[in-house]
Design a protein around this ligand. Structure first.
Ligand SMILES: Nc1ncnc2c1ncn2[C@@H]1O[C@H](COP(=O)(O)OP(=O)(O)OP(=O)(O)O)[C@@H](O)[C@H]1O
Ligand SMILES: [Mg+2]
Length: 413
């Protein structure tokens, strides 16, 4: 069924990719596409036919409530602008009830127990590539059974996880399933310059996944942009008067790692030095750190903030008592890895935005051994024999990606 009249009513003009998606009357539709393709809008407008058809119950499910918001807003705005007075909205969980008996509820797949119970007529799995397979297979799939409900899966891909299997199901002659795959640039409303700028700024496989809508391979090195000849320099020195940053990953049986870094005049991050030791008391690490800091101060540099593993509150306090102050680092792994990878890319002058002193031998060994692995649940995780200096590197890059005037932010640390 092509609900053209409905789309006219909503003043919605789907672009070619969206049109192909709407044209399909498959019961299970998997819409894989790059960011800003128009997945959320298409999913919301596709279920509008169910919502307006009379009594019906539908769920928007995402990894968190927050991620159901785009689809929910499209539906809410459509209903409120045309059927004002016949639609009641409630806040928790976010939901809408219409006077003709349509119910729309947002749910988080983070708490799958909450997904039991009702029979539903339609289900939109928003950003499903970040939902656990279990949440769908054990808690959601059966909700659709009694009412032969429809399933819509609008998502940007995330490696070869279970969504790739759903996608493949819709490519074969599996009855009821249909899959679609598009790139960001299939949305004619997105400026080509915007896409080209992302192509320049992002690692190739991230761009292919996030903009090309492609299922990229999780195999291989995490920091594949890293090349010894490009990123490693003998005797890196900070510019005169530089602000010296530190990042620390705690360890006792496994190594304690501390990195020192500074920006050069072009805003390139220089990793100047490492301290990497296990089986040492924190007070002795603090002694080493104070001595290195003093060397930089003697050379005319200024000691800036240090960032340390946020899970080590006690360790941070002990270091503070020993005169080494740190801020809790941001420890979100995959976002942090992306920030490091962007720094490893070449800038306009053909040189990367991150250089590492050749003396940081442990950091360099860890970078080489850091690879992606896939868990039994299909998630992609970084894995290396050791990742202590790498954690410190990530803390530093993430902290320094924030727009803070560190030189004048002394009160922060
Ligand atoms: N057919 C269309 N007509 C007009 N605007 C559209 C159309 N399709 C998408 N858009 C616009 O494109 C932008 C992206 O749409 P939408 O949020 O649905 O994309 P998305 O693929 O879900 O993005 P994200 O990856 O951020 O979740 C929005 O501003 C939306 O209004
Ligand atoms: Mg979206």
């Amino acid at each position: 069924m092509i609900p053209h009249d409905l789309f006219d009513l909503l003043d919605y003009h789907p672009h070619m990719g969206q049109l192909a998606f709407h044209d399909s009357d498959a019961r299970f539709k998997v819409l894989i596409a790059g960011a800003r393709f128009g997945k959320s809008l298409a999913a919301a407008r596709d279920v509008m036919r169910d919502i307006l058809s009379g009594e019906s119950r539908g769920w928007l499910v995402a990894p968190t409530y927050e991620l159901t918001r785009p689809e929910f807003r499209y539906i809410r705005d459509d209903l409120l602008s045309r059927f004002h007075g016949n639609v009641a909205e409630s806040g928790y969980p976010p939901s809408l009830n219409t006077s003709w008996g349509a119910e729309i509820t947002c749910l988080s797949a983070h708490t799958p127990q909450g997904l039991l119970g009702d029979e539903i007529d339609w289900l939109v799995l928003c950003e499903a590539a970040h939902i656990q397979r279990d949440a769908f297979e054990r808690f959601l799939r059966a909700r659709l059974a009694t009412r032969t409900g429809r399933l819509i899966v609008p998502t940007t891909p995330h490696g070869h996880n279970w969504i790739h299997e759903l996608y493949q199901r819709g490519l074969s002659s599996n009855p009821g399933w249909r899959s679609f795959q598009y790139a960001t640039w299939d949305n004619p409303g997105i400026a080509p310059a915007e896409i080209e700028s992302a192509r320049r700024d992002l690692p190739d496989d991230t761009f292919d996944e996030q903009y090309g809508g492609a299922f990229t391979s999780p195999a291989g090195r995490v920091y594949r942009e890293y090349q010894r000849g490009l990123h490693v320099v003998e005797h890196l020195a900070p510019p005169d008067g530089a602000l010296i940053f530190k990042a620390i990953d705690f360890g006792y049986n496994s190594p304690f790692a501390c990195l020192w870094g500074a920006f050069d005049r072009d805003g390139r991050l220089l990793i100047l030095r490492e301290h990497y030791r296990n089986n040492l008391a924190l007070s002795l690490h603090a002694e080493v750190i104070r001595a290195v800091d003093a060397e930089y101060e003697d050379a005319g540099c200024e000691i800036g903030p240090g960032f340390a593993d946020p899970s080590g509150a006690l360790e941070r306090k002990t270091l503070r008592d020993e005169g080494v102050h740190t801020l809790p680092a941001d420890n979100r792994v995959s976002g942090g890895i992306e920030i490091v990878r962007r720094r490893l890319l070449k800038a306009g002058d053909g040189r990367p935005r991150l250089l590492i002193d050749a003396g940081c031998t442990n950091l360099l060994r860890e970078i080489d051994g850091y690879c992606w692995t896939e868990t039994s649940k299909g998630d992609r995780l970084p894995h290396g024999a050791e990742d202590h200096a790498l954690d410190a590197l990530r803390y530093l890059c993430v902290a320094l990606a924030r727009k803070v005037d560190w030189k004048n932010a002394g009160t922060l640390w």
